[in-house]
Design a protein around this ligand. Structure first.
Ligand code: 6PG
Length: 243
């Protein structure tokens, strides 16, 4: 069996162009999922990069036919400034009027994060057959992490659970994250990567020069992967790596 072709790279010169291109892609994925299966199941990315994208998704997606999950969450409550759920609620979920019953956040405030992870896995898998997600939106950290799959952590060894709690010494914290089985098993994966500080990591994960980096493993998965990046993040790529 030939190796997966690798991700499609979409480079935009400016953030506004990147946002609209990525938003259009998500809108098309949502429409296709709703036509085919009646629902669009998406896992939103955390961090700061998606703050630029989410307002563009308020329109053009039938959010009454969507079920919203999160790729990961910090060990905080929903009102905490660090919360990925809070960021998405402020930039997308509230403005789009996404029905709260269709939004499944991680219980980051739970003192028992392992229980919170088991709870989340049960929500992700309730009443549906795999693939559990139509689209997983992901970011990229400068160290090649994605979601809360950080290099050197125990979550990388998880090959059966879909959701785990994980110690992240590099961040001096604990996190909740979907695992490789959940993210590599999505119908489609899209990365959104911007900024000069991501150029080295993006080149490394695309070149497979660091095959064990978490984002590299997801980018090499068999299913479709699209990397939406700006010129700053793509500066480390050679001519033949950028379409
Ligand atoms: C998180 C994200 C994480 C993020 C990257 C990039 O909870 O922080 O899941 O994987 O996507 O760290 O973060 P920025 O978009 O802030 O650069």
């Amino acid at each position: 069996m030939s190796a997966p072709a690798g991700p499609r790279i979409v480079v935009a010169q400016h953030l506004a162009e990147l946002v609209e291109t990525a938003a259009e892609h998500v809108r098309a994925a949502a429409s296709a999922a709703i036509v085919a299966r009646g629902r669009f199941r998406i896992a939103l990315a955390g961090g700061s990069t998606p703050r630029a994208l989410y307002p563009a998704l308020v329109r053009g997606v039938d959010w009454t036919r969507a079920t919203v999950f999160f790729g990961d969450e910090r060990a905080v409550g929903p009102a905490d400034p660090q919360s990925n759920y809070r960021m998405a609620r402020e930039t997308l979920l509230d403005p789009a009027g996404v029905p709260p019953a269709d939004v499944f956040r991680w219980r980051g405030e739970d003192p028992d994060l392992e229980a919170a992870a088991r709870d989340y896995e049960s929500k992700l898998t309730a009443n549906v057959a795999p693939p559990w997600l139509d689209l997983a939106l992901l970011g990229l950290g400068p160290d090649g992490h994605t979601a809360s799959l950080f290099p050197g952590t125990t979550a990388l060894a998880e090959e059966s659970k879909l959701a785990v709690a994980v110690d992240v010494p590099a961040q001096a914290t604990r996190r909740l994250t979907l695992t490789y089985p959940a993210l590599c098993g999505a119908r489609e994966v899209c990365f959104l990567v911007t900024g000069r500080e991501k150029a080295s990591a993006l080149a490394a994960v695309l070149r497979r020069s660091a095959p064990d980096l978490p984002a590299a493993r997801i980018m090499r998965r068999a299913g479709p992967v699209t990397v939406f990046c700006d010129a700053d993040a793509a500066r480390g790529l050679s001519e033949d790596e950028v379409p």
